[in-house]
Design a protein around this ligand. Sequence first.
Ligand code: AMP
Length: 433
Amino acid sequence: MPFKALNLSESVLRGVQAAGYTDPTPIQLRAIPAVLGGGDLIASAQTGTGKTAAFALPILSRLGKHAAKPRVLILEPTRELAAQVETAFRDFARFTDLRTVAVFGGVGYGHQRSELHRGVDIIAATPGRLMDFVQDGTINLRDIQILVLDEVDRMLDMGFLPVVKDIIGRCPRERQTLFFSATVPPEIAAVASFALRNPTRVEVGVNRSVNKSINHALYPVALAQKFDLLVALLARTDFDSVLVFSRTKHGADKIARKLKAANHSVAVLHANRSQNQRIEALAGFKSGKYEVMVATDIAARGIDVAGVTHVINYDVPENPEDYVHRIGRTGRAQAVGDAFTLVTPENADDIRDIQRFIGQKIPELRLEGFDYLPFGIAQPKQPRGQQGQRRGGGSGGPRPGGGRSGFRGGHGGGGQNRDSHGGKVGFNFRGRR
Ligand code: AMP
């Protein structure tokens, strides 16, 4: 079904066309009619499914003409998402006279305040800065007609529940409320019960699958060798841009410092960086000024960078969904990407959870010169032909420097590499250019 059949307004359809979209994505097909109908909605959908347009297009269609008072409020968990969503709204609204503003912390108040004073229809905001403006009287929420809570699960994870409740309480009771969340755990159901009325539920399957164009593998390693292994992987991998994930902000800073000392050009992205630092980091990473970006999960939610060739999980993600999210940063738009996860024996449970979640066994690789550390993971059911992989007990495994390297560095291009079990895994390792 083309966009035309969805009853969007003429000017919004022109905006869609200008954005180059031809067919709606599944979430758009299901959410657009629900939002146009005026009712409340809970949609389970992840970043990357087209969910921004799923709410932006029908909202813009419903608003009609500019009215110089905030009628739509979109809450986002991170500054990057608030900025990204506002940009999407502005793009789709380019053939309307509707005005939008992004409101988020980490930058001065002046510009956002003057935009707000000029009169806006749509605000995309992070909760903290929004409340600053509500409290000083710059923003009044009494005319809000449509309230969107985006990435609700992440918002609650980040401790925004009290402020989000406060914001909801300041919006008129007569309004349309839309929840978008990758997952809908019980805490969200509780917020939904006081924020939403008879919501329509739209689900486009939690994304448990890893894009086929991504080669992903585990590198079991001793904790003490982790950083050296990261450096060795970077040195021998033919990458254009690498996203390195750390579990903590402090860890991200430390990895970045050490990588800089090892002569890599590195950007860092996490919630403690100032907005200007984040903008500079992202722009530098996109332009190629930085070959490596070290990021935490939350900061990485908003990253939409084409051409990330490798993702390296320096730390195993705590949440299995984050594994799919993280490695989904590479292999975007059909490009082939590689994703490696450094695994220490303490991560055995996390890896087991991830493998269960994605329903597949992730191949294990070993880099010459590094101890291969078996970590005794309970294996999920495997298809025939992939069985007989070693586990537990160190004696059966390949030894450092042994003939069955999981990696062939330094050759000229595109060869198949063998995993530590002798199976082909098709990684495209080459010597650094
Ligand atoms: P989102 O899930 O909103 O972050 O969107 C993910 C990416 O998909 C963004 O780069 C959008 O521009 C793009 N996108 C969203 N909807 C469509 C569509 N119907 N056709 C093509 N691209 C789309």
